[in-house]
Unconditional design. Structure first.
Ligand SMILES: C[S@@+](CC[C@H](N)C(=O)[O-])C[C@H]1O[C@@H](n2cnc3c(N)ncnc32)[C@H](O)[C@@H]1O
Length: 540
């Protein structure tokens, strides 16, 4: 790899990098076959590209129509993991309450400190990947290492835009003749557009029999989209996920995934597909469409399959060890989005040529527009592109600190009873921050905190049972949200309105159950505290 140019442009520096590859001199088109999900995908060897691809490489989402949410301390979800040397899973593994609810732990708040394994988006714990040119599907991304089922592959980054903007942009891209679509759904009302700015996740192609899937995680208060391995993946395999639901491709694109179960078109169940009015020209053999029937999403797959998360057994130890206390800290500094760009995005990755070799390599030309403050990239912030480290100017964090607003809701009676003074009021705990969950109680008490003040074993057992029931009901509700999310997103709703009756009923039943469990736990906790207060008075 060698640096090609480095030229200063007033405050901006532009660096062009070219990667050298073996077999670059090969002129003929060769087709290599490579195993992907058991399907043989043709990978093309080309000398020059007919299309030139230019986009700005970013390493975290950029918010176009609003700013990044500012998290105050009270809203930071804190798990109750307790670090144990003998149990690697103790440092925020599968049993971590944050992991179970698809929340990332927050640096500085996690009881496991630096050992916490649940900060993969924030630390950009991506797998190693390679960019290649495929024969019929444009660029694609290969795994450059063996990947285990469930492993985090990469984040899909781009510009976060509103639904209206997504619609407008999609139409504009189509009218500009863009053949590749990069808008995916983030929530019922927001989308991620990686067309002009994005991460390498934008190169992952669709397959009807994919080896990856998208999952939504809440990180520092914002929902983010990650690509996760659905199965074990061997190095050299093309990474794919099913675009259904997520994709906002306006045009009907014939699917070339080669899977036996191929449904024929990309994102056939997506909102964009259903709303589509655009058809590519017939002479464009990659996108030709004749009398495409609209896909009826109700005819097919069960709704839950796409977003299904690993089912996790609920096993919480009774009276978990207490969280190393940060009590006494009254700071409520808003949590900044990590690497929030100070200036406009600064890195451009320009791909203008590729040579596919037997080793499946691509030649990239990276144009890196550096910002004013060149800052070396930290290792953990590097996209693991096999073509070498793309030199980036990491967008420096905004230093601005906003005055915090205390957002304490609910459980006021507990506070009046002096629970907070007693250290019983659990701060910064939010176990169900799923985007569709709107629990009125943002701060929450925990059995373990009350337990040490209760003498009666019966009361303790009741309290723990109530807490377990509450956590179980919350998880059930979160799972249901995940199951219904594709339908809600298709309908552009964040709630059960317009859901088919059976789904709405299920929603209401599970929500009621969860609310009842929350109330029951709080009620039990209050009774315990009232008893405790009485005992104290008697003692006095
Ligand atoms: C998110 S981009 C993926 C990266 C893209 N191949 C590129 O070159 O930048 C989605 C676009 O890739 C192409 N694509 C992805 N999967 C495909 C598939 N299975 N069959 C045909 N085209 C596909 C379509 O043009 C689609 O609009």
């Amino acid at each position: 790899m060698r640096r090609k140019t480095a030229r200063d442009r007033s405050t901006k520096r532009q660096i062009t990098r070219t990667c050298s590859w073996a077999n670059k001199g090969l002129r003929s088109m060769r087709v290599a076959k490579r195993e992907s999900n058991g399907i043989c995908l043709p990978l093309k060897q080309v000398e020059t590209l007919d299309t030139q691809l230019l986009y700005t490489h970013i390493i975290c989402n950029e918010f176009i129509h609003r700013g990044h949410k500012q998290l105050v301390d009270d809203d930071v979800p804190v798990c109750s993991c307790k670090l144990s040397k003998d149990d690697p899973e103790s440092a925020c593994g599968d049993r971590c309450l944050n992991v179970l609810t698809s929340n990332e732990c927050t640096h500085g708040f996690c009881p496991c400190g630096e050992s916490c394994k649940n900060q993969r988006f924030q630390k950009r714990k991506y797998i190693k990947t390679k960019l290649v040119k495929t024969e019929e599907r444009g660029w694609g991304l290969l795994a450059d290492q063996d990947v285990k089922m469930g492993e985090f592959v990469i984040e899909y980054c781009g510009e976060v835009i509103s639904s209206e903007e997504a619609r407008t942009r999609s139409q504009n891209y189509e009218s500009e003749g863009m053949q590749d679509a990069y808008i995916i759904s983030l929530s019922g009302s927001e989308f991620i557009d990686a067309t002009r700015k994005g991460s390498l996740g934008r190169f992952i192609n669709h397959s009807c029999d994919p080896n990856c899937e998208t999952r939504k995680w809440t990180v520092l208060g914002e929902v983010r989209v990650g690509i996760f391995a659905k199965k074990d993946i061997k190095t050299g395999t093309e990474l794919t996920y099913n675009y259904n639901f997520e994709w906002y491709g306006g045009a009907k694109v014939r699917c070339r995934c080669g899977a036996a179960s191929c449904v024929g078109f990309l994102g056939a169940k997506s909102r964009g597909f259903q709303e589509d009015t655009y058809v590519w020209e017939d002479n464009d053999d990659r996108f030709s469409v004749e009398n495409v029937p609209l896909y009826d999403s109700e005819d097919d797959e069960p709704l839950s399959t796409f977003f299904k998360k690993a089912q996790v057994g609920l096993k919480f130890k009774k009276l978990r060890g207490s969280i190393p206390s940060k009590s006494g800290e009254k700071t409520s500094t808003p949590h900044k989005a990590e690497n929030t760009p100070k200036t406009e995005p600064t890195v451009e990755l320009k791909l203008d040529e590729t040579v596919e070799t037997n080793n499946v390599h691509a030649t990239l030309q990276h144009e890196v527009l550096m910002g004013d403050e060149d800052k070396p990239i930290k290792e953990e912030e590097t996209d693991n592109v096999s073509t070498g480290v793309v030199e980036k100017n990491l967008q420096s964090e905004k230093n601005e600190e906003q005055d915090s607003k205390k957002q304490k809701q609910g459980v006021l009676s507990l506070k009046r009873m002096g629970a907070e003074k007693l250290g019983l009021f659990q701060k910064r705990s939010r176990f169900y921050s799923n985007q569709y969950s709107n629990s009125p109680i943002s701060s929450r008490i925990k059995a373990q905190d009350i337990h040490r003040h209760i003498l009666s074993q019966d009361a303790c057992d009741q309290l723990v049972a109530a807490e377990e029931a509450e956590v179980a009901a919350t998880l059930e509700l979160n799972r249901l949200h995940d199951k219904l999310r594709p339908t809600m997103e298709e309908l552009g709703k964040d709630g059960p309105d317009s859901l088919p009756m059976s789904m709405a009923e299920e929603w209401i039943a599970v929500t009621c159950k969860q609310m009842a469990a929350v109330l029951n736990f709080n009620h039990t906790a209050m009774i315990c505290l009232a008893r405790f207060a009485q005992d104290e008075q008697v003692l006095e």
